[in-house]
Design a binder for this molecule. Structure first.
Ligand code: GBH
Length: 488
């Protein structure tokens, strides 16, 4: 040995949890069955079919509303410890308010949860994964401060029903996507496109909604049921394009603050509140722009306290890395983009997934973990999403390579002290990728969307993931050919 080559064989600890994920709108279908209410994604995809790449929306999706037994069978085939799925708020409370409870909708989740538990698979339940009821949206959705109590009321009903059976909770998935893409642009439902003020109002309300639900669980359920409640945040890695350029390094600081610090700092930092860098930028710009008060709302002392420490773990969704430059070109102003004032690119040599934004850069996961450790003092983390998109087809060697490389990076981060308790592949099965429709496939299992029966078939990556879960080792050499299975 030359003394530098690291040949240690790293393994995931026996109590490390492996899982797979999905979300309600993306897999369930049955968009108007058994009394389900209309969601903002139903409305958005019906009013703007042109915005869905291949025209395939969530009306039928992977039909998991009917095929949940097969979904659980797949999870058993994989040997996962848990299944992360979301509850559709409009399916269980069709208007969004507790005045309307849809038993038939709840029955679906009763069945799914019981089937999982029957086979020792832990349910990990996301309360909100982008599908607000249209009725609540008509009242302003997440820009209305009342959304905080709407969500708390909904959370209470779900906690009550499932606290006995569900030990892992995620309140809200990706505030960044909800607020910046749903309200700050027209890329995602509801597509409100209020770039100046609305996106920040949304951030405040979504954070408070999370915190209220967390405190509710803490007060009324934690003692008896001992569950863990976290929030799902997109923590991709952002770093300066060049390392001796002060202007770009400052831009990378802004990128990290605007992309995830704005959600993490209030919950996971010692001081709480929004990151100072964002407070400074938005206050200053707002004043120059003639606003009487900052476009970034204030958090009161009570709100800061409510938020600080309001998570048992960080649900980290990590897919890729971006290289950041300061932007010389002007963005529409006032807007969050203008406040952030950055340009993102990715390494030209990095392998590309099927999604335009998705490139493989496993070192970014390691660096993101180190950043979280330094800034938030080694928070407990569950990787609640990581995945890779391909075309349809079963021979997904690129997904295998991507998962192996990122799990390798994760092992290194854990060796250096990152408190990672579990890892989740996005996704268990092909689903409706929001505006990408089914043109991008993320599944360990392929779904035949053309067929009536929405048949599911294991991809190469499913077999490899199964082997990793069994062996707790990321082995490059192993391939299913040792099982005499051929997949092309
Ligand atoms: C996850 O978000 C979502 O939580 C999950 O539901 C989704 O299925 C998964 O990504 C895969 O797409 O097309 O350039 O406008 C990851 C963060 C936010 C990344 C939305 C893609 C759209 C960028 N995603 N974003 S673009």
């Amino acid at each position: 040995s030359d003394g530098w080559t690291d040949t240690r064989r790293r393994t995931f600890p026996q109590n490390f949890l492996f899982g797979a994920a999905s979300s309600a709108y993306q897999v369930e279908g049955a968009w108007n069955e058994d009394g389900k209410g209309e969601s903002i994604w139903d409305r958005f995809s019906h009013e703007h079919p042109e915005k869905i790449a291949d025209g395939r929306n969530g009306d039928v999706a992977s039909d998991s509303y009917h095929l949940w037994r097969r979904d659980v069978e797949m999870l058993r085939e994989l040997g996962v410890d848990f299944y992360r799925f979301s509850i559709s708020w409009p399916r269980v409370l069709p208007t969004g308010f507790p005045s309307s409870i849809n038993e038939a909708g709840f029955k679906y989740y009763d069945n799914l949860i019981d089937e999982l538990l029957k086979y020792d698979i832990q349910p990990m339940v996301t309360l909100y994964h982008f599908d607000l009821t249209q009725e609540l949206e008509d009242l302003g959705g997440w820009t209305n401060p009342l959304s905080v109590s709407w969500f708390e009321d909904y959370a209470k009903i779900v906690f009550k029903r499932y606290a006995e059976k569900v030990k892992f909770w995620i309140t809200i998935n990706q505030p960044n996507t909800i607020c910046m893409e749903g309200y700050g642009s027209d890329l995602m439902a509801p597509g409100v496109n209020v770039k100046d003020v609305g996106a920040y109002e949304c951030v405040k309300n979504v954070l408070l909604a999370h915190a209220k639900a967390y405190r509710l669980y803490e007060k009324e359920f934690k003692k008896e049921h001992e569950g863990n409640v976290g929030i799902g945040v997109a923590v991709n890695w952002f770093e300066s394009l060049d390392h001796n350029n002060t202007v770009n390094k400052e831009a990378a600081d802004r990128a990290r603050a605007f992309e995830f610090g704005i959600y993490l700092h209030p919950i996971f930092s010692k001081e709480g509140d929004f990151p100072p860098i964002i407070r400074t930028i938005v206050d200053k710009k707002s004043q120059e722009q003639g606003f009487k008060t900052s476009r970034l709302p204030k958090l009161s002392y009570e709100e800061i306290k409510l938020l600080r420490g309001s998570a048992d773990y960080l649900g980290m969704n990590h897919y890729t890395t971006f290289l950041v430059q300061h932007s010389e070109e002007k963005f529409e102003s006032p807007s969050v983009e203008d406040d952030r004032n950055t340009i993102y690119t990715q390494g030209p040599e990095w392998t590309s997934g099927k999604s335009s934004w998705l490139k493989s850069a496993p070192y970014g996961l390691y660096k993101a973990c180190v950043h979280l450790n330094l800034n938030y003092d080694y928070p407990p983390i569950i990787i609640t999403e990581h995945g890779w998109s391909t075309d349809k087809g079963l021979g997904d060697q690129s997904r295998v390579n991507n998962i192996r490389a990122y799990l390798g990076a994760l092992l290194l981060a854990m060796e250096d002290g990152t408190q990672v308790k579990g890892y989740t592949v996005w996704s268990l099965l092909d689903n409706v990728e929001w505006t990408a429709g089914t043109s991008e496939r993320f599944g360990l299992y392929e779904v035949d969307f053309e067929s009536e029966t929405k048949e599911r078939t294991a991809r190469l990556s499913a077999l490899v993931y199964k082997h990793i879960i069994e062996s707790r080792v990321v082995e490059d050499g192993w391939s299913p050919s040792s099982l005499k299975i051929e997949i092309t």
